[in-house]
Design a protein around this ligand. Sequence first.
Ligand code: COA
Length: 393
Amino acid sequence: MAAVIRLLSPWRFDRLVRASKAARMPCVELHSTAALMAASVEEFNAAKEKLGALKKDPGNEVKLKIYALFKQATQGPCNTPKPSMLDFVNKAKWDAWKSLGSTSQEEARQQYVDLISSLVGAEAPAVAAQPIGSTKGFQTLLMSTEDNITTIRLNRPEKKNAITVEMYNELIEALDHAGKDDSVITVITGSGDYYCSGNDLNNFRKIPEGGVEKMAKDSGELLKRYVKAYIDFPKPLIGVINGPAVGVSVTLLGLFDVVYATERATFHTPFSQLGQSPEGCSSYLFPKIMGAAKASEMLLFNKKLTAAQACEVGLVTEVFPESSFQAEVWTRLRAYAKLPRNSLALSKQLIRGVEKEKLHAINDAEVERLMERWLSDECMQAIVSFFQAKSKL
Ligand code: COA
């Protein structure tokens, strides 16, 4: 612990004070898993030792959090006089400790243990923190179940996980399987640096024998079934957004129950740029989630949101630092997955059930409109421009 305190050197006043302010903002707050069980004193002591073995400096914001949790766990709520405004370092430390309010010593101990374990986990290879249990074979996805969590991972990292016709079909099958298996929660995430770059625009270049009309009709039916799989999904569905998200991978987030994002993620729906229109029930759910004006900026005017902005408007539940994203999120999800399966599924169905019929009608209407759009000159021209820019024609 002494090492941690030493790292808070006085020449970092500026960043430290900024960090202590940021720690109070909900969207950029550093996170540790809510205590479902209290850690033992042995676990706490073991975590203290692990802290000394960390190879990377976790940054001032995290160090302040560690300091505060340590004080709260060992001494209880902050009871020392407030340092003077000019004593920047001690003031930042005092603020961090004070911000824990009346958090109990047991809970602080658990949060301390979770935070250290997430930092240690983040230094291990990224896959170590992720499920590797039983798997099901797909061409474009990795699907596995472990610790009561079924994980569906989009797996075309070299194409930024763009969704091909094959991937749409596999996702529908994977969701059907996950909805029926024994897992408690289902997670969708991506491989590589992107979460997903949306519809694979090559889908528009594969014209079947029936011509473009047949292509639009087939694509419409596929999209409708795809969105339906989300509307009807029977248990908690969690998005672990590991990087930028585009198009349909963003619009569908309104149908997820919880969305965790790395600070590196962005959220972009360039429909009008592509001569298209919104899908995934976003024409209804986005205005409902974020208000009509913010939804219009995204859905009409292609505004790209940062993770923090997406969190502010309610599309994202929580944003995590990139360095501890995987470790923190999976620690938290494992805790959630210990909750009773049926209670979670039935509660989710109560929350979502009220609007199910409406959502299906919206899905139908959005797909109708898109089938027309896909045949429009505006759309064709935009697709051609994308591939011309990529020198694919
Ligand atoms: N459809 C088809 N191919 C896609 C794709 C998509 N949606 N997204 C990425 N790719 C392909 C690229 O063509 C490229 O293929 P190549 O290696 O054969 O050239 C590869 O994935 C890597 O993408 P690249 O464009 O080189 O990476 P980047 O970091 O420069 O840009 C994106 C990433 C996502 C910003 C850019 O690829 C893009 O704008 N894609 C289109 C996104 C889109 O409009 N989606 C539909 C929304 S409705």
